[in-house]
Write a protein that binds this ligand. Sequence first.
Ligand SMILES: [Zn+2]
Length: 306
Amino acid sequence: MAQGLSAPHFHSEEEAFAYVEARVWPNGPVCPHCGGVERISKMQGSSTRMGLYKCYQCRKPFTVRMGTIFESSKVRLNIWLQAMYLIAGSKKGISSNQLARTLGLTVKTAWFLSHRIREAMREGGLAPFGQDGGAVEVDETYIGRKKGKPIKGAYHHKMAVLGLVDRNSGRARLFHVEQASGRNIQPIVLENLSREARLMTDESMIYRRIGREFAEHSAVHHYEKEYVRGDVTTNTVEGAFSIFKRGMRGVYQHCAERHLHRYLAEFEFRYSHRHATGCNDEDRAGKMLRGIVGKRLTYQQAGARA
Ligand SMILES: [Zn+2]
């Protein structure tokens, strides 16, 4: 049953530890120092730090926060889980200001939490789209403004994003590209699409050459106002772009180019795990938790200046 934010792991730090441990260590605690799984004891006692274990193989202490996005943060674990739930559950995203107000954090801390959480939402190294011989829609779009670039033409001064949607699974992948050119998009398309895929694009020249690599390449002719021909269309990927743009406009007004990939990861995650794909808020938060390991991000890396 969905409990929403009333679930105990959002309110008690002890419950939060139990919740995270069960997901990060499904087969029992693992020492992050030596990788040991045996002779590990939970440290007890009132003066002991919450969730502390000791590994008697390397004799070092550790908690489940080590080696994850939660490492070296003073924010209580149940507050982290609340932040993750809020970010995963809001369709268009949530600003650091809003998050700070809701959770009683400073804006700086809320900003840091959201960037780390976005990092947990980044799903690298997944199977290519279209392995079942299904349709994969690929399209490019332009958003925001590049720093120091004069406004010229329709998108010379904007940041380019390449989008891929696997129509059968309903999943999306979004990539920041320096420029939407054939040369830039080819490696991304080759890496993320199975050769069995039916590639669907518009008539743009940038897809011509790469199209020959796949089982089929069909293009709709947007210049001739053709948007759907049989099952050939790019309407799904364009729909994903429009959700992303609405969010960027409303919530993340001034996105620096160096942070764009994190915002893309956040939207990609939410889109790929939306209700239409059979995912609810709980599932989404659980999936996110599995992405927290090995995604440590220091303040410096997150691009903070203060
Ligand atoms: Zn150890």
